[in-house]
Design a protein around this ligand. Structure first.
Ligand code: 5GP
Ligand code: ZN
Length: 141
């Protein structure tokens, strides 16, 4: 299977075997490896083999394959590392904190008292505003 690649992309180089990684798993469309800057022990990445930066451009069947690989790694992490919880995270664009523009899902085990900050508290929204945005989004689906 051939994949689109970007010669300057660090994950494309890992996929091509030009850069090393601590590989967990691979199949035809995806690869999973350990994050080299782990936020918590067990932090791993499920990555499309092809170079697509974000969810809006990746083919849906490849995104589904990445999700399947992320689930597989998440189950192994839950069973082996027995964290207190686990986040799956996927960022799109610099504004969302994406630093590598090659689609990937973080598998992030959580531990009691860890200093990871990505959970938020609930603040009820304005119903009219929620409905207006809902209508705009529905029209775009
Ligand atoms: P993003 O910020 O794009 O959501 O996540 C990119 C992730 O890739 C970061 O957590 C970062 O630590 C990881 N990363 C960056 N360069 C490398 C690398 O060369 N090897 C591995 N294994 N992970 C990397
Ligand atoms: Zn790439």
């Amino acid at each position: 299977m051939s994949h689109p690649t970007d010669g300057s992309c660090i994950f494309c180089k890992i996929v091509a075997g030009q850069l090393p990684c601590f590989k967990l798993f691979e199949d035809e469309a995806t690869i999973a490896f350990m994050d080299i800057n782990p936020v918590n022990p067990g932090h791993a990445l499920a990555v499309a083999k092809g170079h697509w930066p974000t969810v809006d451009v990746i083919p849906p069947e490849i995104l589904a394959a990445v999700a399947k690989t992320a689930q597989r790694v998440a189950k192994a992490a839950m069973n082996t590392l027995t964290p207190s919880g686990l986040n799956l995270l996927q960022s799109n664009g610099e504004g969302a904190g994406q630093s590598v523009p090659h689609l990937h899902v973080h598998i992030l085990p959580r531990y009691p008292g860890d200093k990871v900050r990505l959970n938020w508290t609930y603040t009820p929204g304005d119903k009219a505003e929620i409905e207006a945005i809902c209508n705009r989004l529905k029209a775009a689906l």
